[in-house]
Design a protein around this ligand. Structure first.
Ligand code: GLY
Length: 369
C-alpha cells in the first residue's frame, strides 16, 4: 500500500492506494466512523460489484450501514439528485462530525462531496473511488459539484474528504474503454510536470493498462502524489498552479460539447485528444518542437486513446469548436487561459492566446491527415 498525504492547513488527509483496501475500509477509517450506522452513497454498478466487500469490512468492526444508491451517469449530478440525497442524509440524522462514505466514480464523489459540503454547513466524507479516473483525479483535492442546464460542474464547493481509499482491485471490473480513458489523466501528470514519469509510462504503460499490480499501484500513487503536491500549493486554484491540472481540458471540453457529452467521446478521451492539441498548438507557437508534439501524440495513441482530431469525423468548423470554448468555466474576465507546453514535463498557463488563431489551428487539425 502507498500512503500519500495531502497537506492542507487544518484539513490534511491521506490517500491510501493499494489492493484490498475496500475490504479493510472500516480499519482505515477508524475513529472517523463515530456511530454504529455508516451512511454509504454508492453508484449502483459499484455497489453491485463491491458493496459486499465494503459491508463485510464494516460488519467486522461491528458497524451497520444505511445505503443510498445513485444511478450511473452525469444525469445524477443534478439539483434534484442533490436535494433527494440531502433529504436522505438528514433523515439518517447525519451530523457535522459524522462521515459519509462515497463509493463509485466521479459522479458519486462529486455529488456526495457537494452534499456533504452544504449539509449542516459541512459534514465529513470518505472517498472510495472505484474508477481509474476518480482514483487519480476527482477523489483527490476537494472539488465537488453538480451540473446545471448551463453546463457541467457549474455549481459546487471546495470540500476536502477526510480520507481517500483507492483500492486498485476495483479496477479489475472496469470496462477497458473506461480504464484507458482514466489512463489519459495518468499520462497528463507526466506531460504537465514530470518528464521522468512520462518516460516511465512509456515503458510501463502497457503493464498499467493490463492491471499488473505493481505497475498499476505505482502509476496511481505517482499520479495522486503529483496532484497532492499541486493541491497543497494552490487548493482553490488561485495562483495558477492547480489550473495546470486542466491540461487538455479546454480543447477536450470543446470536443465533448460538440459530441453532446455522449458516449461518442468519454471525458478522458476528450482530455487525451485535448492534450495532443495543446502540444500541437504549443509547437505551432514555437514553444516545443514538432517532434515533441509527435511524441505526445504517439504516447496517447499507444494507450489506445484518440490522438488525431481529423479521425474523430466531426462535421464542424474550427470556429464552432472555438465557440464551445467560450462557455468554458475557466473563462476569466473575457479571456480564456490555455495550458500549453514549454517541454514535455513543463506546462504553463498562457493568457495571450488569440481565439481566431485557435479557430484557424483547429480548422487545420480537422483536415489534417
Ligand atoms: N480535476 C482538476 C482539479 O482537481 O483541479
Amino acid at each position: 500500500m502507498a500512503v500519500i498525504p495531502v497537506a492542507l492547513a487544518g484539513r490534511s488527509y491521506e490517500v491510501r492506494v493499494g489492493r484490498g483496501l475496500l475490504g479493510e475500509a472500516a480499519h482505515h477509517a477508524g475513529a472517523l466512523l463515530r456511530k454504529n450506522t455508516v451512511p454509504i452513497v454508492a453508484d449502483r454498478n459499484a455497489w453491485d460489484a463491491h458493496g459486499e466487500t465494503l459491508v463485510a469490512s464494516l460488519r467486522s468492526a461491528g458497524k451497520d450501514h444505511a445505503l443510498y444508491l445513485v444511478e450511473p451517469g452525469e444525469g445524477s449530478k443534478s439539483w434534484s439528485g442533490l436535494q433527494t440525497l440531502i433529504d436522505w442524509l438528514l433523515e439518517q440524522g447525519v451530523e457535522r462530525g459524522d462521515h459519509v462514505m462515497a463509493l463509485g466514480g466521479g459522479v458519486v464523489g462529486d455529488l456526495t462531496g457537494f452534499a456533504c459540503a452544504i449539509l449542516k454547513r459541512g459534514c465529513g466524507f470518505i472517498q472510495l473511488p472505484t474508477t481509474l479516473l476518480s482514483q487519480v483525479d476527482s477523489s483527490v483535492g476537494g472539488k465537488t459539484a453538480i451540473n446545471t442546464a448551463a453546463g457541467k460542474n457549474l455549481v459546487g464547493a471546495f470540500h476536502q474528504p477526510s480520507l481517500v481509499l483507492a483500492d486498485t482491485d476495483t479496477l479489475a471490473t472496469l470496462p477497458e474503454r473506461e480504464m484507458r480513458a482514466g489512463y489519459a489523466e495518468v499520462i497528463k501528470y507526466g506531460i504537465l510536470g514530470d518528464a521522468e514519469f512520462f518516460a516511465w509510462l512509456g515503458e510501463h504503460g502497457n503493464a498499467v493498462l493490463a492491471h499488473q499490480e505493481a505497475a498499476l499501484e505505482e502509476a496511481v500513487a505517482r499520479s495522486v502524489a503529483a496532484k497532492a503536491r499541486i493541491v497543497a500549493e494552490d487548493e482553490r486554484e488561485t495562483s495558477g498552479a492547480r489550473a495546470l491540472l486542466n491540461l487538455g481540458h479546454t480543447f477536450g471540453h470543446a470536443l465533448e460539447a460538440e459530441t453532446g457529452f455522449s458516449d461518442r467521446l468519454l471525458h478522458g478521451e476528450g482530455v487525451a485528444l485535448g492534450m495532443v492539441l495543446a502540444a500541437r498548438y504549443s509547437a505551432r507557437r514555437g514553444e516545443i518542437s514538432a517532434g515533441d508534439a509527435d511524441t505526445v501524440a504517439s504516447a496517447i495513441a499507444a494507450a489506445g486513446l484518440p490522438s488525431e482530431l481529423a479521425a474523430l469525423g466531426l462535421d464542424c468548423s474550427g470556429q464552432t469548436l472555438a465557440d464551445h470554448m467560450l462557455h468554458d468555466k475557466k473563462m476569466d474576465a473575457g479571456t480564456l487561459p490555455f495550458i500549453l507546453l514549454r517541454s514535455i514535463g513543463e506546462a504553463y498557463l498562457a493568457h495571450d492566446v488569440d481565439m481566431a488563431d485557435i479557430a484557424a489551428f483547429l480548422t487545420e487539425q480537422l483536415q489534417a491527415h
